[in-house]
Design a protein around this ligand. Structure first.
Ligand code: ADP
Ligand code: MG
Length: 690
């Protein structure tokens, strides 16, 4: 039965074992076989040859000699001719007949056959010499030396040639092995090249130093981006020059951070050779460079355009769903409050009622309208279109000052535990919105702990951001709830208890502040909301608590009101006239500019921001200021649309809807300010023509 080869033989199947080279240092020795049946004769021979230093072996018969010659190598055989059993002739004939011993010289020793016939017979049996006994040691030594020297020389030549052969073999073997390795390497290289070439991935290596010049770009780049790899390597700025301008900072940032974190990942748009942008996903690691050189960034670039557009479609679909939900929710809430408003107005129009009753109706209408106002504020917060007034605040201070209100909101059953970081944590946010967010979170926590519990608000610095953690020991949320909590109008609370807008506000506010909200929750394990806000390096400003307006103060200055909605315009006119002001009106920017160009006296321009006709209240205000540098300006808006971004604090702004008290206070504040100086104008870059 055939057996499998042992494992060791299979380990390197293609590689021949290297044979050991012949050892040239090993001294060569001659072995001499002395064959004699007479012990004394043998001893005499041994004695005679001992001093030559060869190895002497004695055999006591022809048979024994032949046995030894089967396996051993001898330089010379001294053979007694006259022996009982097999005699010298016979033995020599057999030695000669064997291939292995055919050339081994035989010297006959004889005492008896000294005649010529015997000597002749001896030579024909293959002897090289015949020595007569008793042996003269000197003669024997000389003869043996000649023969062993010859043997040793021959052996040396054989050994040298074996060594040469070994060298040749070894050379051939090494070469074969090298060829094999080279072929394997070339195959590996070719395979890698084929992989690099055919995968829709670009492999890159770039320097760790700005501008992160590419050192290697795989040829596959041609298929994906339309430019050959050499373009990227030869022109270090080429790759970055075609990144979408809005994405450049992000990419540079990602590479810069790679030096610290050891890895990077970013997505950006890149202008391909066909003039189209592709969305590329680039990610990689920092590693020691090739041949242990300086560290490099190794990366792979994938075309993420398809995935990205799918994601966009999905996001769009989600948005549509949210919008549907939003409209439904808004309609429901507004219908309710409009029912209150219209119903009460209807009643008031239909019959004359006493003052107390009328006041109750007006109160109900006001409450409904206020709910409508709050609702739109929350919606704006969610759509991230609200008007934020960010200032730098110490989050610890804000929470500390706001804590009494939180305690009141959660009630006695809930313990409020505040854990502030030891350092000041300055963030640039709208303080009112942050308070509202905290309140929304606190109220949710309270609702989640009907039996009471602990509400913990902790602050700390987290990787360059300010973290506020609001956690409760309440019922927690299942995954299905967790996934939807930030959706507007999503609520699990019964009708009348929850609006579903609390977390939308939190989400919208934090997003608009360029922060991030995270959420940990599981059923029965409580909930933690993490608000991560960008830290500010400037010290906190002192924020005055918004003062409640007590007395309403009017004036008699001239105000130009610009408003496109006739009912709002009429109402504003009423309010302003009621306060004693002299009012001029315009329904769009062009009309307003006519007034400003005219000699009419005007102290203050009060304009809506979003107006039809393409000119926003902001640009109207700017133009007006150029014509009348001393003109005071107050903007008002119900919505901060993208087309009407108000550069921070360029003009004061009053949010719509506003109450008369707040409007009156704002106007007085502006009108009572000492006249605008040249400094302001210079600051706006308007040439002061004095
Ligand atoms: P509302 O409180 O009006 O329901 P929110 O937007 O504030 O609306 O919250 C949405 C939903 O998220 C809640 O109805 C509730 O199911 C869940 N939720 C919010 N906060 C918590 C909390 N701390 N623990 C458990 N569930 C919560
Ligand atoms: Mg809530």
């Amino acid at each position: 039965m055939s057996r499998a080869a042992p494992a060791s033989a299979l380990a390197r199947p293609w590689r021949a074992e290297a044979p050991a080279p012949p050892d040239l240092e090993q001294p060569l020795k001659a072995r001499i076989l002395i064959v004699d049946d007479d012990e004394r004769n043998a001893f005499a021979a041994v004695q005679a040859l001992e001093e030559l230093g060869h190895e002497l072996v004695v055999a006591r018969s022809g048979e024994e000699a032949l046995r030894r010659l089967l396996t051993e190598e001898f330089a010379l055989i001294l053979l007694d001719l006259h022996m009982p059993g097999m005699d010298g002739y016979e033995t020599a004939a057999l030695i000669r007949s064997r291939k292995r011993t055919r050339d081994t010289p035989i010297v006959f020793l004889t005492a008896i056959f000294r005649d010529e016939a015997h000597v002749f017979q001896a030579y024909s049996a293959g002897a090289v010499d015949v020595v007569f006994k008793p042996v003269d040691p000197f003669i024997l030594k000389s003869k043996v030396t000649v023969l062993t020297d010859l043997y040793l020389k021959t052996e040396e030549v054989k050994r040298q040639s074996a060594y040469q052969q070994w060298l040749l073999d070894e050379h051939a073997r090494v070469k074969a092995e090298k060829d094999l390795t080279e072929r394997a390497l070339r195959r590996t290289e070719a395979r890698q090249e084929a992989i690099l070439q055919s995968l829709p991935i670009v492999f890159t290596s770039r320097s760790l130093e700005p501008p992160f010049a590419p050192q290697f770009v795989s040829e596959s780049v041609k298929d994906i981006l339309g430019f050959p790899a050499s373009r990227f390597v030869d022109e270090p700025e080429f790759g970055s020059s075609r990144i979408h301008p809005d994405d450049v900072d992000r990419v540079v940032d990602a590479f810069a951070r790679a030096a610290q974190t050891g890895r990077y990942s970013c997505e950006f748009r890149w202008l391909c050779a066909d003039g189209q942008y592709k969305v590329l996903h680039d990610q990689g690691v920092v590693a020691a460079g090739v041949d242990g050189g300086a560290r490099e960034i190794f990366g792979v670039i994938l075309d993420a355009t398809d995935r990205h557009s799918l994601e966009e479609q999905l996001a769009q679909a989600r948005k549509m769903e949210a919008v549907g939900q939003l409209t439904g929710g808004v309609a429901h809430d507004f219908n309710n409050l409009l029912t209150v408003v219209l119903g009460n107005i209807d009643m008031m129009a239909r019959k004359v009622e006493d003052d107390a009753r009328r006041m109750r109706r007006i109160d109900a209408i006001r409450q409904a309208a206020e709910r409508g106002r709050d609702l739109t504020r929350q919606l704006l917060a969610f759509s991230r279109r609200q008007h934020l007034t960010p200032v730098t605040i110490d989050v610890n201070v804000l929470i500390h000052d706001f804590a009494p209100l939180i305690r009141q909101a959660v009630g006695e059953a809930v313990t409020v535990d505040l854990r502030f970081a030891d350092e000041a944590l300055c963030a640039h946010v709208d303080p009112t919105q942050l308070e509202t967010a905290l309140l929304n979170l606190a109220v949710n926590a309270r609702d989640a702990m009907p039996e009471g519990g602990v509400l913990t608000i902790a602050t700390r610095r987290d990787a360059g951001r300010i973290a506020i953690e609001v956690s409760d020991t309440g019922v927690g949320m299942a995954q299905e709830v967790r996934d939807r909590v930030f959706e507007p109008f999503f609520t699990t609370k019964e009708v009348g208890k929850g609006s579903g807008l609390g977390l939308s506000q939190v989400y919208g506010f934090v997003q608009q502040s360029e922060g991030e909200v995270r959420l940990d929750s599981a059923p029965g394990e409580g909930t933690t909301f993490h608000l991560l806000l960008p830290a500010s390096s400037t010290p906190a400003e002192v924020v005055k608590p918004s003062e409640r307006v007590k007395t309403i103060e009017g004036g008699d200055e001239r105000i130009l009101v610009v408003e496109d909605d006739p009912t709002v315009l009429a109402l504003t006119m009423d309010m302003l006239s009621g306060l004693g002001y002299r009012v001029t009106t315009a329904t769009n920017a062009a009309e307003a500019l006519e007034v400003i160009h005219s000699p009419a006296e005007i102290d203050l321009l009060f304009t809506d921001v979003v107006m039809p006709g393409g000119v926003s209240g902001v640009s109207l205000a700017r133009t007006a200021r150029e014509i009348r540098p001393d003109l005071r300006v107050l903007l008002t808006s119900g919505f901060v649309g993208e087309g009407a971004v108000i550069e921070n604090a360029e003009f004061p702004l009053l949010d719509k809807p506003y109450e008369i008290a707040l409007l009156a206070a704002k106007l007085r504040k502006l009108l009572d300010k000492p006249g605008r100086g040249k400094k302001d104008r210079a600051a706006r870059g308007v040439a002061a023509a004095e």
